[in-house]
Design a protein around this ligand. Structure first.
Ligand code: ADP
Ligand code: MG
Length: 633
């Protein structure tokens, strides 16, 4: 074994570069971050040959004094922190003092800069010697040019993908920063062609609009939630807009784009039941919290962070989104120029419970928002007016809505009778009603007609509503049983004689491994020897089902969930299954009373707009749309 020696600086920097500079997009990110930190109001990014030829970032920020240029290229040299304590109150994007040194180690780099106090200077790398500093004339601010990236690390260079791919990554890095700082004027060009020209925007939404277009910007729901230390603000796209991956989930923490699995989970949770399986929500959310609450020094490119109290941030985000969705009308609107709605709806009522893929589903139709919150320029102040205290949000369930009419649903022993006995909403503050997505009584008083034994047609303030009876009923039941499970108030039916059910060994094991979870749903089971399980009670909602059949379905579901599924997910799947089984089916003829009961329940549901699988429960044909189709306009 040879002796231990300190590595020379150029080797150290090359090692650091291996972590920090993965591809041209990493250089773009680091350079833009430096420009943002310098207080720039304008940042121009010019790329040639996908970044392997040239990356030039020009800013009009504070500049670097000539006598500091050499230091700027030295590793662990920074103007942004001074002591280890500062690490826990970082207010700049950079602080590691590594980026310029790393980039310089793997490229030919030149910096020209001028501060307001001095004349300009430039520095140029001259591998393998020390970089050279010289005076030069230049405008206020800093211009960094990076040429021949990875010229001295052939393996990295070989790993560069096509120009198109690298430009894709660069655009992504660029977009994250441009969205985080809407007040800064950004441009991005490739081989002298302008890809993005983003003048200063007075709001984040303005920037989103310029970047992603009107269609997405118009489908954004404003989100705002604040407590003493935490603030979430920004936008979430209505479920009509979604993607096949999570790349359109922009989370900014104290001005920094981050990726965080737990917060992504919160986001998916908020959209649960609103999106098809395999679709991902779109959001642009900014979180502000005291710098001490988060450690940003856990990842070389600072993409990941560690929260002091991750659970609290998770709940805050989820709570904020849920409250907002509750106050927003998410009904899908049918628009001109799209495939025939009748054909689409037909496909929609296909047998359940497997969720179909998104192609050809009416869910792919563009949707727009309506109702009191649809205003495009809602200010945060306006939105916070809609924020309800947690206990009210909890209370805004089917049980307590002021439109509730306990008597309408109990007539004649019909199939909807388990919606009985709702206590009047005595303790709800006034005005809740006006926060609801549709004006009171919109469909309540409207007569509806059942057609094809599966759809209900009703008039609404927006136009003509076509409701999928199964999807709607399923949604209503889902919410009802979910609320009851959370309140530990599921009505159960005890069996006079417990029934033994034979299962496969795997099924028996998974059922007996989840007795507590099943108990929450009102299903009580115990071992009976061998692979036989004894069922002694089941949810009253499933009165029409044989207990053995129920247990077998549950067992199948539990076994197919795979190893160690999230408890929350499992419970939710079972809720979906139960509500789907208990709901009226497409093809069931309904009496007028039943139709009316269903419509009234629609008013009360938290999200009556989508069934638990994410399909819409109703489509609206607006008057304008009908007028257009009948050529009245
Ligand atoms: P860090 O950003 O972590 O401090 P860098 O290696 O990226 O480390 O930059 C080193 C230093 O060079 C910064 O701390 C800053 O003082 C200076 N600097 C770099 N880029 C710019 C710029 N565009 N404008 C002004 N100063 C800059
Ligand atoms: Mg930096």
């Amino acid at each position: 074994m040879s002796s231990i020696e300190q590595l020379p600086a150029n080797v150290v920097n090359k090692i650091a570069a291996g972590e920090v500079i993965e591809r041209p997009a990493s250089v773009v990110k680091e350079l833009i971050e430096n420009s943002v930190d310098s207080g720039a109001t304008r940042i121009d990014v010019e790329i040639e040959q996908g970044g392997s030829g040239l990356i030039r970032v020009v800013d009009d920020g504070s500049g670097i004094a000539g006598d500091q240029l050499l230091l700027a290229l030295t590793s662990h040299a920074t103007s942004k922190i001074r002591s280890d304590e500062d690490l826990f109150r970082v207010r700049t994007l950079g602080f590691r003092g590594e980026a310029l040194a790393s980039i310089a180690a793997v490229s030919r780099m030149q910096i020209r800069s001028r501060t307001p106090a001095a004349s300009g200077a430039q520095i140029e790398t001259t591998h393998p010697e020390e970089p050279q500093v010289a005076p030069c004339g230049c405008p206020l601010g800093t211009t960094v040019e990076v040429r021949d990236l990875f010229f001295n690390t052939p393996v990295r260079r070989k790993f560069l993908r096509t120009t198109q791919t690298e430009i894709g990554h660069i655009t992504e890095s660029f977009s994250r920063l441009a969205l985080a700082y809407p007040a800064i004027h950004f441009t991005l060009s490739h081989n002298s062609r302008v890809l993005h020209e983003l003048p200063p925007a007075d709001s984040r939404k303005g920037r989103i609009r310029t970047f992603f277009g009107d269609d997405l910007a118009d489908g954004l729901i404003e989100v705002y939630g604040e407590d003493e230390e935490l603030r979430v603000s920004g936008y979430a796209a209505d479920p009509g807009h979604s993607r096949g991956n999570n790349r359109m989930q922009f989370l900014f923490l104290n001005g920094r784009f981050i990726r965080d699995r737990s917060l992504q989970h919160a986001l998916n949770e908020a959209y649960r039941g609103l999106l098809m399986t395999g679709r991902y929500p779109i959001c642009f959310l900014t979180m502000q919290m005291p710098a001490e609450m988060v450690d940003v020094n856990v990842h070389p490119t600072k993409l990941e962070v560690r929260f002091q109290d991750g659970g609290r941030i998770y709940s805050h985000l989820l709570g904020t989104l849920r409250t907002q969705f509750l106050n927003t009308d998410l009904t899908a609107k049918v628009q001109t120029g799209h495939a025939s709605p009748s054909g689409e709806s037909g496909a929609n009522s296909a047998s359940r419970p497997t969720a179909p893929t998104d192609s050809g589903s009416p869910f792919a139709l563009p949707t727009s928002l309506a109702g009191p919150n649809a205003g495009d320029e809602t200010s945060p102040a306006h939105v916070s007016e809609f924020r309800l205290p947690a206990h009210v949000v909890q209370g805004l369930t089917t049980e307590s809505h002021p439109l509730s009419n306990p008597h309408a649903l109990t007539q004649g022993g019909n199939r909807l009778t388990h919606f009985t006995e709702r206590p009047p909403a005595a303790d709800l503050p006034n005005g809740i009603q006006s926060h609801r997505s549709e004006p009171a009584g919109a469909t309540e008083s409207a007569a509806a007609m059942q057609v094809l034994n599966r759809y209900l047609i009703a008039e609404s303030p927006d136009g003509v509503l076509v409701i999928d009876q199964h999807a709607l009923h399923e949604r209503i039941l889902y919410e009802e049983i979910r609320t009851k499970v959370l309140a530990k108030a599921v009505e159960t039916q005890a069996l006079l004689v417990p029934e033994p059910v034979d299962l496969s060994p795997a099924e028996a094991a998974s059922v007996l491994g989840q007795t507590e979870l099943l108990e929450q749903l009102g299903i009580r089971v115990e071992a009976f020897g061998g692979d036989t399980v004894l069922i002694s009670s089941y949810p009253a909602m499933l009165a029409n089902w044989s207990p053995a059949e129920l247990l077998r379905t549950v067992a199948e579901q539990l076994t197919s969930a795979g190893k160690a599924p999230e408890r929350r997910d499992l419970l939710d799947e079972l809720l979906h299954m139960i509500s789907c089984k208990a709901a009226i089916k497409a093809g069931d003829r309904l009496s007028p009373t039943e139709v009316e009961a269903l419509l009234q329940q629609r008013e009360l549901a938290r999200d009556a707009h989508h069934c638990p699988h994410g399909r819409p429960t109703a489509l609206v044909f607006t008057r304008e749309e009908l007028d257009k189709r009948f050529k009245r306009t």
